[in-house]
Design a protein around this ligand. Sequence first.
Ligand code: AMP
Length: 120
Amino acid sequence: MPYDDNNVFAKILRGEIPSKKVHESEHALAFHDIRPAKPVHVLVIPKGKYVDFTDFTARASAAEQTGFYKAVAAAAKAAGVVDAGYRLIANTGMNGGQEVPHFHIHILGGGSVGPMVARG
Ligand code: AMP
């Protein structure tokens, strides 16, 4: 799937719509999810144009990938979930339930996140 410049996270990166920033670095931006599923629900996105995890790991440079994952760790720290624990989710593609076609990782915490996924 080609990258869609009109996806909502591309608009956030361009400053066309607002976000509540948690952390920013050269390669990534972290902000609060607009519809939090848990008390802490932060999204981390690379600044480059990557559709999903598969696309990011295939095409992003080593510096972008390292910078991105370090930003996920920094965002978790900034969100205050490191000591008690948290969950990372990267919904990928149709079966993964991905809604926004710009690669992102969800950081969920602030209380027990519950069972990993519904079985079946
Ligand atoms: P996914 O299903 O993994 O693609 O998750 C997309 C996430 O983006 C959902 O949790 C939405 O609540 C969130 N979202 C959509 N629009 C915005 C926005 N403008 N600001 C922050 N989060 C958003």
